[in-house]
Design a protein around this ligand. Structure first.
Ligand SMILES: [Zn+2]
Length: 156
């Protein structure tokens, strides 16, 4: 099971721009910056949101066969054209990787956060986790047997 979800691989600005075209992409970006997207949620592999346009439109994005599939309740979206509402939702999702949708693992963010925690804090954190996680305890004890990082160096 990929908890990080397929969106992390598929959903990029360039993908969206290619699907929507420059013009629609820019209009969607304006919508996003104006905060017209609301109720962004991730449900069973799809992103859903409401977009305030002339009326309120419902947008749904999901990944199908390694492509970004979409649906919007506006006239353009109904014609299977990637509309500005879909762009706005996609961009909003991209802009909020650490929001409620941050279930996907952002390795860089985690690495940066770990960097900022002092060693004692890290030890504390690991101890807490290890207290409830036998597998982690095993790994820590295992790691302690092989100090000095990767077993590549054969120092004599
Ligand atoms: Zn639309």
């Amino acid at each position: 099971m990929t908890t990080a979800g397929p969106f992390a691989n598929i959903l990029h600005q360039e993908t969206i721009r290619r699907l929507a075209g420059d013009r629609t992409f820019e209009r969607g970006r304006v919508y996003q910056s104006e905060g017209r997207v609301s109720d962004l949620a991730r449900q069973s592999g799809a992103l859903t949101a409401k977009v305030a346009g002339e009326t309120e439109y419902l947008v749904r994005l999901w990944v199908k066969d390694d492509n970004l599939a979409f649906h919007c309740s506006c006239p353009v979206g109904q014609e299977q054209t990637f509309c500005k509402h879909a762009v706005a939702v996609a961009l909003t999702w991209l802009a909020s990787p650490r929001g409620m949708l941050a279930a996907s693992l952002d390795k860089d963010a985690v690495a940066a956060a770990l960097d900022g925690i002092p060693r004692t804090g890290l030890v504390e954190l690991l101890m807490e986790e290890a207290a409830q996680n036998a597998a982690l305890r095993e790994r820590i004890l295992e790691r302690a047997k092989t100090p000095g990082g990767p077993p590549s160096g054969r120092k004599s």
